[in-house]
Design a binder for this molecule. Structure first.
Ligand SMILES: [Zn+2]
Ligand SMILES: [Zn+2]
Ligand SMILES: [Zn+2]
Length: 89
């Protein structure tokens, strides 16, 4: 990353891509999601804040994993929850 955004995003050198384009939690309960995010700490792909279950935010809160990447085709950005930092790559 060229510009300094926050310490968490600065340490990311390789973006983790989604393994599957599904929310790992929503498929268990047959819920719907809108957009997908991939946790850059553990590779979990979860749903965004405009989805009913907001699994990515819940995951960040419960696990302490700070950074997600968009898992949507054509979107290339990272977001850090604790710093509310957003960067395109
Ligand atoms: Zn951060
Ligand atoms: Zn979900
Ligand atoms: Zn995680």
């Amino acid at each position: 990353m060229a510009n300094e955004v926050c310490v968490h995003i600065d340490t990311i050198t390789d973006i983790k891509e989604p393994q599957q384009r599904v929310c790992e939690e929503c498929i268990k309960t047959h819920d719907q999601w809108r957009h997908l995010r991939t946790c850059q700490t553990c590779d979990a792909t979860l749903c965004c804040d405009s989805s009913p279950n907001q699994h990515a935010s819940k995951h960040a809160g419960s696990s302490g994993h700070p950074v997600i990447a968009s898992a949507e085709p054509g979107e290339r950005w990272l977001y850090c929850y604790p710093d509310d930092a957003f960067v395109e790559y």
